[in-house]
Design a protein around this ligand. Structure first.
Ligand SMILES: Nc1ncnc2c1ncn2[C@@H]1O[C@H](COP(=O)(O)OP(=O)(O)O)[C@@H](O)[C@H]1O
Ligand SMILES: [Mg+2]
Length: 484
């Protein structure tokens, strides 16, 4: 049996200093799965150590991180072996742990910045008179200088994620767990978050485990790199190790063809908002060409994607499709946002910023055949298309899984496959390579390169500079937002 955590008074959760982590033969199998998500992990992380945890998409990184945080409910699956944080089961150490996930929006609960940080402190039993000083210290530590009263909704992605980090740091955790904390951020926002993490762990007052695919960016900040192997176990990379370079696709360059889809002074302002989410812009998606839309968080890249994809009506200007795209529509004079869903899917394929909100069925296989079936393909053909895409994207073993239980990277590959399944003339993909390891990145990018025949137009909204190099013919950089 364990005793009290040394040095931990009722209000000094971090008083015990950095945590020690021990795993021996640890494994976890999710309730709905036959395969173990994590298996045979032996790992010792000493107090104050900083570890980068990498591994293929689906290798169990998020599962392991949740296990460390005591966030896997016993009924959610089977655990094997041992896992302790400071000598006790992690669910007894939850108050010692600060966690940051990849999506800043999903983690901010309050409307004012300071309240969000205070919320975590209240939850961990901090006495009221210590809360606001602790909030200010934490905001300071992450370089958040907009003040406690700033509205959380009016922050850029990088600011939001630093605020989430402040919330995780304020209770002075002994173990800081970060799961792809910069995945949703532009390069500047990501650099600011890494700098804030570096400052927070500089004095080794917390043990750090960070999961990220951007190994190079984190190497200067960590002591060790541990890679989770897909079929169990880990490898430790020696100092000086560098990941293999990305495999780039073969490029076929096509002459610019006809404009398939155009935004003409297309802009969007949310109802009741003073500032446009997207300032009016002219863009043309041409057959045979790939347009990359880049720029900082908050400039309207995803909004532009939604307008071009026909998923949102512009509030100014218009989006118009060429007759070769509208052919077969009952009302070809209407703009894409007024096309029926099945007709839209065969003409403009889309991946949203959060495609996981888009899944419609309970099985990966069904998710892929749905589009072809709806647009009139026979069952056999729909199935063949689905199987081929599953194979290409390394999802065959998950064909019967529920899409909502896939890992982040698997979900993203599934949604790209879904967009391709109906062979649309136009593809609008928001962060298609999100959450991918080097292998799945290369396969996904190769698959997208194959879509670049002379007939099709691609639009990629992305922060991934390697994708731009690999696929883009034209780049549209949206401007820097008006400071708020
Ligand atoms: N809630 C869940 N239910 C069932 N299976 C899951 C769940 N979460 C993850 N998995 C599966 O466990 C494996 C590891 O997933 P995850 O830990 O998210 O991987 P990573 O973070 O390395 O991409 C994957 O095959 C994934 O599909
Ligand atoms: Mg993950």
């Amino acid at each position: 049996m364990e005793g009290p955590v040394p040095g931990t008074g009722p209000f000094q959760h971090g008083g015990a200093g950095p945590a020690a982590v021990r795993l021996a033969g640890f494994g976890f199998r999710h309730a709905s799965r036959r395969a173990w998500a994590v298996q045979d992990v032996d790992l010792r992380i000493e107090p104050g150590e900083r570890v980068l945890l990498t591994g293929a998409s689906g290798s169990g990184k998020s599962t392991l991180l949740r296990a460390l945080g005591g966030l896997l409910e016993p009924e959610s699956g089977d655990a094997a072996g041992e896992l302790t944080v400071d000598g006790a089961a992690p669910d007894r150490r939850r108050q010692r742990v600060g966690v940051v996930f990849q999506d800043p929006d999903a983690q901010l609960v309050m409307t004012r910045a300071g309240d969000d940080v205070a919320f975590g402190l209240e939850n961990t039993g901090t006495p009221p008179e210590l809360i606001w000083p602790a909030v200010d210290t934490a905001l300071d530590a992450v370089g958040f200088d907009l003040g406690r009263d700033h509205a959380t909704a009016a922050l850029s992605g990088g600011q939001k994620q630093r605020l989430v980090l402040a919330g995780a740091l304020a209770p002075r955790p002994g173990l800081l767990l970060l799961d792809e904390p910069t995945a949703q951020l532009d390069p500047d926002g990501a650099a600011l978050v890494r700098a804030a993490v570096a400052r927070a762990v500089a004095d080794r007052s917390a043990t750090l485990v960070v999961v990220d695919h951007d190994v190079e960016a984190w190497l200067p900040l960590v002591d060790r790199v541990v890679e989770l192997l897909p079929h169990g176990g880990t490898v430790e990379h020696p100092p000086g190790w560098r990941p293999a370079p990305l495999r780039m696709p073969v490029r076929w360059v096509h002459p610019p063809g006809e404009v398939l889809l155009a935004g003409e002074a297309a802009g969007f302002t949310h109802r009741g908002s003073a500032r446009p989410a997207l300032a009016p812009i002219d863009v043309a998606l041409r057959a045979g060409r790939t347009l990359a839309v880049t720029g900082p968080n908050g400039t309207g890249k995803s909004t532009l994607g939604l307008l071009l994809a026909g998923l949102r009506a512009p509030t100014t200007g218009r989006v118009a499709a060429a007759p070769t795209v509208t052919a077969g529509l009952r009302r070809p004079d209407r703009p894409p946002h007024r096309w029926p869903a099945a007709e839209l899917a065969t003409r403009i394929g889309t991946v949203f910023q959060q495609p996981e909100h888009q899944f419609l069925t309970g099985r990966v296989r069904d998710e892929l055949s749905l589009g072809p079936l709806r647009s009139g393909a026979g069952a056999a053909q729909a199935r063949a298309t689905a199987e081929e895409l599953l194979e290409r994207l390394g999802l065959s073993a998950l064909a019967d899984a529920n899409p909502f239980t896939l890992s982040g990277g698997q979900q993203r590959r599934l949604s790209v496959a879904t967009a391709l399944a109906t062979s649309p003339r136009v593809l609008v993909l928001d962060e298609p390579t999100f959450g991918q390891d080097r292998e799945t990145w290369a396969e996904l990018v190769a698959l997208l390169a194959e879509q670049q025949d002379g007939d099709r137009a691609l639009c990629l909204v992305t922060h991934d500079a390697a994708v731009v190099t690999a696929l883009a013919d034209d780049v549209c950089t949206l401007g820097v937002p008006v400071p708020v």
